[in-house]
Structure formats: C-alpha cells, structure tokens
Write a protein that binds this ligand. Sequence first.
Ligand code: CP
Length: 319
Amino acid sequence: MTKRDYLTVDSLSAEELTKVLDLADEFKANRQRSAAGTGRQGASAQGHTVDLRGLSIGMIFEKPSTRTRVSFEVGISELGAKAVVLSAGELQLGRGETIEDTARVLSGYLHALVVRTFAQSRLETLASAGSIPVINALSDFSHPCQALADLQTIREHSGDLHGLKLSYLGDGNNVAHSLLEAGAMAGMHVAVGSPAGYEPDGQVVRQATEVAVRSGGRITVTNDPLEAARDADAVYTDVWTSMGQESENDSRTRVLRPFQVGAQVMQAAKPDALVLHCLPAHRGEEITAEVMDGPNSVVFEQAGNRLHSQKALLAFLLA
Ligand code: CP
C-alpha cells in the first residue's frame, strides 16, 4: 500500500479533509461518552474500531511545543499505539547524520513520524527518503495539523463551512498558509489582512485561489485590517513574532500593531463572529485580553480539538 504523508493541508483531497473532520467529531463524541463512563475512547471510524495497537509513532521536535506535542502523545496513546518522543539534540541528526539516512533508519523501527522543524524541505526530504508516513507538526512554511482543529472548531459552531468568511489578521505566516489551503478546500472565503511586506506567500495565495474557484470559495488579501474583518463569521490571529524571529520583535510589533484583534476589528465582523487563535497568545499584542477572554472566543475549544483532529488524521493515515 502506498504510504500517505501529511506535509501541507493539500496532502489531502477536499473529500479526504471532510472525512478527517467527520472522524474528528466522532473521536470527540466518543471521548466525551468515555469520560461519562458510557463508551470506549478509541472506538470510532464509521462504526469500525480504530485500534493502532502494536504501532510505534516517532515524534521529533526541533522547536518547543505545548499543544502539538501533548495532544499527539495523548492521542497516540488513546489509539493504542506507542509514542517515541525525541528532541533533535538526542538524535545523531544534531551531530551531522543526514536527514535521508535518519529517515531510512527510523523507517525500520517506526510506523509513522510526527515532525516539528524549520524548513519545509526537511519534511519533504524525510518523507521522500523514508518509507513511513511523515506528519508536519509545524514548519516555518505551514502548520497543517493546526488547520484541522481550526476547521473542526468553526464547523462545530457554525455548521457547514461553505460560504463562511474566515478573516485572518496579522503576519502572513505558516498558520495563515495552512488556513488559506484548508479554507479554500472547504469553500470558505478566507480574507487575510496583513501589513505590506508581511502578506502570505504569493504561491500559496495563487494555489488557494485556484482551489477556491473550484470549491466555490474565495481568497482575498488586503493591507486594510477592517476590510479583511468586515462581516466575518470568524476572526483569527496568531503571534506577531514566530519562533526563530525574536530579533525582529520590535519592528514586527510596530508594523503589526494596526492588525491587533480588538474591539474595532470585532465591530467590523458579524456580531456573533467566532474568535480563534492557535496559541500561545500574547494578550495586548495581536489580541486584546477583552477579545481573547470574551464571549465569542473559542480558543480553548480550538486547542482541545487538536487532540481529536490529530487522532482522526492518524487513524486516516494508519488504520
Ligand atoms: N498552536 C501550536 O502549535 O501550539 P504549540 O506550539 O504549543 O504546539
């Protein structure tokens, strides 16, 4: 059987994306039933039991993580598999062993690899040199696991994603790239508001636009935050300084300040617009405390959905 990787959201087809989201909802419902003592955690997948017993899944984190690392490790355990968690410093990779050799060796022991790293090309090399599925747990270019939880959360609150306007305000970063891909596949209007010079990658925008034309969605990119937020069903933001950009913090804070998600932005959106943030959040920078902790905020549900959507992804790729 051909192995499947998840390196960007469009590693899945639109139909497969919907299937993973449906499965994520099932996992969530099953876990809630299990917590209530009336169900079994791992049971799911259109009536079939998902059981990954006997599988070992490697997790390599070359950058810090709270949500991704913990939700994957718990999810792997709940599916019956074993997580082998490794930091780059523990591997010979950190001492010059090639990515290709690492991929070939680990393919002999493990059944999948979850990797958080810097360049997207490192993931692509791991995926092409190895024979096991590689899952992108964040790179400088994309964060496709985050996008699964984001869509799951919006769908739970707003129903059908098709036609909804999702406004992303701030740095056109890895999170923005994956939202553009996922939103376009789901037929959403993804509106990105970023300052000049901080827009998302042009190739990602072009590809998402092509996908949106087919799905009935729409992609817009503007330098005007209120235009991006106008009549939005959901407003999303992320930190202004991503991991590895700390030396740019002062200039980024100055340029991105008008894109803060606060009262003015929320007034431009629909009154019941959801507020999302991939976390960690810096209250008073990209989002005000009032909005982050306000009644429209679903950020902690969104973080919780990382667990269910990643279990669904693992089940889809491995079961
Ligand atoms: N949103 C997210 O990926 O969080 P972590 O960096 O804590 O994993």
